[in-house]
Design a protein around this ligand. Structure first.
Ligand code: PXG
Ligand code: PLP
Length: 450
């Protein structure tokens, strides 16, 4: 038996190490993992502890979600108390008070006018919900020909059929058949030739928004329901919006009656320096998808935030009938709502939703100090998101960054890798010394794997 597994067993108070065969792991190189498992057994503040008892600094807020850091007492208590008080309440034709309270609190953080909150259990479900809401909205208004959905190349919108259809990552799409019909994509904005090593938002590329005009010319606006984009694309390697780009998308959508959906699953809840990407970049969408940081990652939850006017279009017909035939068994789950409320309290008490704005300059400068290291072809930063893009090893795309990930983990730092990009998104409670530690560890890893 692997010694790491025995340590894991001891750490969780069990005498037997877990057998690894049954669990088919998501988005994981299963065979590689099971040869050398990386098992996490505890978490507190900025750190994990692994099965060997080693401390691991969390450079990605778990998976872009633990924005207030781990095991925050207020959140832990809220979940424990809620589990004892009421474990579950059906969300269809019934409700519990915390669902309303959390919806109000989320709406308060949002841009003015975005004040209707629909709960889901993940970002993927939030995306499906938003896409269905957009198509149904147009139909409810008597504009039933608007069914087409537009995404963007290199977008990530979760893993369900709608999300991978509007998404733009070939690896997440190619195995899964013909996907949703009636979808098209605008070009992505990643442009190393013009924007490499930009500090903050890149200068060049606002005109890439005009690609939406090309699709309007091709399909006609009367067939297009919505455009969905991430204000900052996270999963595909931290792709930042060029200056003026999101504003231009908003203008084009307005001109043609196209709903603009911001997928804020990663950019929500303080990652960019204010509550949402929409508030940071000063562009208000019609619909926003949220997840991850809404509960600090403690209980699964997602949400869709919509303009009042979108909601109101549905509030027609006989009052005893369901207006939007959509929802999940676990929509507004009591544990998730309790965790969400305690999370928002923690963010407010500690000023975490704006902390990324205060740390952005130091975080960016620290990261950009890696320029000039072997194979580093770009460094990008905004708020408390950063990325270091590496030149791929010849014939082995993704391998160099994966080696950096393994090396960092050995040195006690957890980062996230996508393609040959190393992504960083630490909990918003990070201290300056820990920013230094992240960058030093990364520096060593990049040198060792050169
Ligand atoms: N939209 C966006 C913008 C996301 O970042 C989802 C939707 C889906 O959320 P759920 O909760 O269904 O996973 C996400 C999730 C990565 C990585 O590799 C990022 C995500 C998920 C898994 C891995 O960086 N983001
Ligand atoms: N499949 C079956 C057979 C179901 O009965 C349900 C819900 O009742 C679902 C799928 C959907 O599950 P959820 O509401 O958790 O998304």
């Amino acid at each position: 038996v692997d010694p790491a597994l025995m340590h894991a067993a001891e750490a969780i108070g069990s005498t037997a190490a877990p057998a690894l065969e049954a669990y088919w792991m998501p988005f994981t190189a299963n065979r590689q993992f099971k040869k050398a498992p990386r098992l996490l057994v505890r978490a507190e503040g900025m750190h994990y502890r692994d099965a060997d008892g080693r401390e691991v600094l969390d450079g990605v807020a778990g998976l872009w979600c633990v924005n207030a850091g781990h095991a925050r007492p207020r959140i832990v208590r809220a979940i424990q108390e809620q589990a004892a008080e009421m474990d579950f309440a059906p969300p269809f034709q019934m409700a519990h008070p915390k669902a309303f309270e959390l919806a109000e609190r989320v709406a308060t953080l949002a841009p003015a006018g975005m004040n209707k909150v629909f709960f889901t259990n993940s970002g993927s479900e939030a995306v499906e919900t938003a896409l269905k809401m957009a198509i149904a909205y147009h139909r409810m208004r008597g504009d039933a020909s608007r069914t087409r959905l537009i995404g963007r190349e290199r977008g990530y919108h979760g893993v369900n059929f709608g999300g991978i259809s509007v998404g733009g990552m070939v690896g997440n799409r190619k195995l899964f058949g013909s996907l949703l019909a009636g979808v098209d994509h605008i070009r992505h904005t990643h442009d190393l030739a013009r924007n490499a090593f930009s500090v903050g938002q890149p200068e060049h590329g606002a005109e890439l928004a005009d690609d939406l005009e090309r699709l309007v010319a091709l399909h006609d606006a009367s067939t297009i329901a919505a455009l969905i984009v991430e204000p900052i694309a996270g999963s595909t390697g931290v792709l930042l919006p060029p200056k003026g780009y999101l504003q231009r998308l908003r203008e084009i959508c307005d001109r043609h009656g196209i709903l603009l959906i911001f997928d804020e699953v990663i950019t929500g809840f303080g990652r960019t320096g204010s509550a949402f990407g929409a508030t940071t970049f000063g562009v208000t969408p019609d619909v926003m998808t949220l997840a991850k940081g809404i509960t600090n990652g403690c209980v699964p939850m997602g949400a869709v935030l919509a303009r009042q006017g979108i909601h109101d279009v549905f509030m027609n017909g006989p009052e005893h009938l369901v207006e939007f035939p959509h929802g999940y068994t676990y929509s507004s789950h009591p544990l998730a709502c309790a965790a969400g409320l305690a999370t928002l309290d923690t963010y407010a008490e500690e000023g975490l939703l704006t902390r990324a704005a205060q740390l952005q300059a130091d975080f960016g400068a620290a990261l950009h100090s890696l320029q000039g290291l072997p194979n580093v072809i770009d460094i990008r930063n905004f708020g408390l998101v950063g990325a270091v893009e590496l030149a791929p090893r010849a014939g082995e795309p993704g391998k160099r960054a994966f080696d950096v990930f393994l090396d960092c983990y050995e040195q006690g730092l957890m980062v996230r890798v996508t393609g040959d990009t190393v992504a960083l998104a630490p909990p918003l409670i990070i201290e300056p010394a820990q920013i230094g530690q992240i960058v030093q560890t990364l520096r060593g890893a990049i040198q060792r794997t050169a």
